[in-house]
Design a protein around this ligand. Sequence first.
Ligand SMILES: [Mg+2]
Length: 371
Amino acid sequence: MKITDVKTYLTMPLDGLAWLFVEVETDEGVTGVGECTDYFSNPHLVRGIESVKSLVIGEDPANIEEIWQRIFHVYSDLNPRGYVSHLISAIDIALWDIKGKVLGVPVYQLLGGPVRDHVPLYTHPAGETLEEIVESALRMKEEGFEATKTDPFSRQRSAGKGFHGADRVERLSRKAIDEGVAVMDALRDALGRDYELMVDAHARFDVASAITMANSLEHVDLVWLEEPTHVENHDSLRQIRESTNVPLCVGERHFTRWDYIPLLQQRLVDYIMPDVAWCGGISELRRIAALAEAYFIRVSPHDALGPVSIAAGFQTCMNTPNLYKQECVSDWFPTFEKIITPMFDIRDGSIYPNDRPGLGIELIHEEIERY
Ligand SMILES: [Mg+2]
């Protein structure tokens, strides 16, 4: 079997957020689907996929590892973490899909078989006001989710120019911290002592703000505080770690196994959250999870992208012993349902396997074209 083409599909069934899917085609009619959506970089990624075509067309799609290594090393002078690892992810996911379809088994069987019978999810409450956020979280609890994550400090930025126009190293005022903590207190009161809560700081704050924020949240009993500062400098993460008892998590801005070595070796975090569509695909997510397992750290794949990335994360999580939960935006499920078939089997806040080969889903091309 030979790879004959790699196609990209940019589709926007959600208002303003486009998902980037990749299909790897073969001379035997089997195709595999991957994803490397990055909302701000999609146009660059489309061109990047064009440029890696010459490295994969004509190759046997069974050689997943060889193709992974080839793309990584050809781009080694660019630092193949980040942009290049997004490209690798999309191709890698599609190749695992092809291998599963050829052999007639789900990808998690190829990884060594399941270690669980379903994958628990955590989700995000919707809404802007405290009342809306609590109402949304309560609805998700009724749907069966047992954990939720929010950015209670994000209303800060809505007063400015939005997430990417905001001050790059934001300072939190006492008032902003108090307002954010009030959101988490309201969620704790409404959802109960056992409900699992996370805070995402989206890598926005200066160290002093991050430390004050973390200590002000300590009584909420979070599972983790995510990306309190930008991730470029591990010393600042260590400074926060030494100044608070709140567990920390990073990972959506860390790519490939090599980015995780210092995090684990220097004991900088309590959880990690690689994104399967960014970190280097199913192959790399599995390796990063194994690396974390050696340090007794749980993995919780980041996922705020389209349904192919959820499918790829799900397949890997089925085989990951040190899993916490997989992230999802459950309010997007009705949109997923429009463009993939079959829709995920979601019950009580978990995805259950459908036992179909490969990733277990197909894109609905007519709908992809429509959006
Ligand atoms: Mg995040």
